[in-house]
Design a protein. Structure first.
Length: 281
C-alpha cells in the first residue's frame, strides 16, 4: 500500500483513465469510415443543374426568321415635307455604257435631320462609291453611270426619304419597312429608317447593307423588274433577292406567296454586289 500512501487519490485515478482510453480506442476502430463530405458543393446539386438553361447551340438557332423587322438603332424621321433638295458633288462616272449610261442626281427629303443619317455628304458619297465600284452594275459593259447636277435631265433620282413618304410612294402592303423604285419620276426611294438601322439578315454590317440597298433599287431602275430567289443553299444571295426581309427562300415565300421564291429551304449569305468578283462571267 506504499504506492497508495505515496500518490494518494492519483493512485486510483490513473487506472480508471487507462481503462477509459482503451475503451475509446476500441470504439473508434469498430466505427465504419464516413466518406461523405459534410457540405457538398452547390454546383453538384442535380436540382440546380435542372434549373439552368441548356448551353446554346448555334446549329439550333434560326438567324433568318425575324429578317423583316427593323433592328434597334439610331433615330430616323417618321414624316418629312415631301419635297427634296439635291446634294453631293456631281462628276462621279464609271462603266462603258454600251449602249447606255444612266445619269443620276442624289437628293434628300426636306425635314430629315442630317445627324440621323450621317449628313448629306455622307449619303451622297456612299451612292457615288457604290455605283462606281467595279463589283457593281458597271462590271457589265452594257451599263454606265454618271452623276450630274441638273435634276431635270437625270435618268434616275436617288432619294433618301422619310418613312411616311416612302409608304406613300412605295406602299406598305407588307407591313415592313422597305424601299423601292417608282417609275413616277424614275425615283429610287431609299427608306431612311433602313438607311439608319439596316436589316437583320445583314447581321449588323450596315455598310454592306447600304451598298445592297442602292444596288438593288437601282437594279429595278435600270430594268431588272423581277426579284430573284436564292439559287443554292449557302451561296451568296443574288442582288435582286429581297435581302432586306430574309435570305431564305422559304421565309420569303411565307411573307409573299405571290413572289418568285420557292418553298425549298434554300438560304443564302448576304451580298451587296451584282458581280461580287468584279466580273460579269
Amino acid at each position: 500500500m506504499r504506492f497508495a500512501r505515496d500518490y494518494g487519490w492519483r493512485a486510483y485515478a490513473i487506472p480508471v483513465l487507462a481503462i477509459i482510453t482503451v475503451w475509446v480506442l476500441v470504439d473508434i476502430i469498430q466505427q465504419p469510415a464516413d466518406t461523405t463530405p459534410p457540405n457538398p458543393p452547390a454546383a453538384t446539386s442535380t436540382a440546380d443543374n435542372d434549373r439552368r438553361p441548356p448551353v446554346p447551340n448555334p446549329a439550333d438557332l434560326d438567324f433568318m426568321t425575324e429578317g423583316g423587322e427593323l433592328p434597334d438603332g439610331g433615330p430616323y424621321t417618321d414624316k418629312g415635307k415631301g419635297t427634296y433638295r439635291t446634294v453631293g458633288n456631281p462628276g462621279a462616272e464609271a462603266g462603258a455604257g454600251r449602249p447606255r449610261t444612266f445619269t443620276y442626281v442624289i437628293q434628300v427629303e426636306d425635314g430629315l435631320d442630317p445627324a440621323h443619317y450621317g449628313g448629306d455628304d455622307g449619303f451622297a458619297a456612299m451612292v457615288d462609291a457604290t455605283l462606281t465600284n467595279p463589283k457593281g452594275w458597271t462590271a457589265d459593259p452594257e451599263f454606265g453611270f454618271k452623276h450630274i447636277a441638273d435634276a431635270d435631265k437625270a435618268d434616275l433620282h436617288i432619294q433618301l426619304t422619310s418613312v411616311a413618304t416612302t409608304h406613300k410612294e412605295c406602299g406598305a402592303n407588307l407591313a415592313m419597312e422597305t424601299s423601292c423604285f417608282t417609275s413616277d419620276g424614275n425615283r429610287v426611294v431609299i427608306n431612311e429608317s433602313r438607311w439608319v438601322r439596316g436589316a437583320r439578315p445583314f447581321a449588323g454590317d450596315l455598310g454592306a447593307y447600304r451598298q445592297y440597298l442602292i444596288n438593288h433599287e437601282v437594279g429595278h431602275g435600270i430594268g431588272y423588274a423581277q426579284h430573284v430567289p436564292c439559287g443554292r443553299d449557302g451561296a451568296l444571295a443574288p442582288i435582286m433577292m429581297q435581302q432586306t426581309l430574309s435570305l431564305s427562300n422559304s421565309e420569303l415565300n411565307k411573307i409573299d406567296p405571290n413572289e418568285i421564291y420557292p418553298d425549298d429551304q434554300a438560304t443564302c449569305s448576304y451580298n451587296a454586289w451584282p458581280y461580287p468578283t468584279g466580273k460579269k462571267d
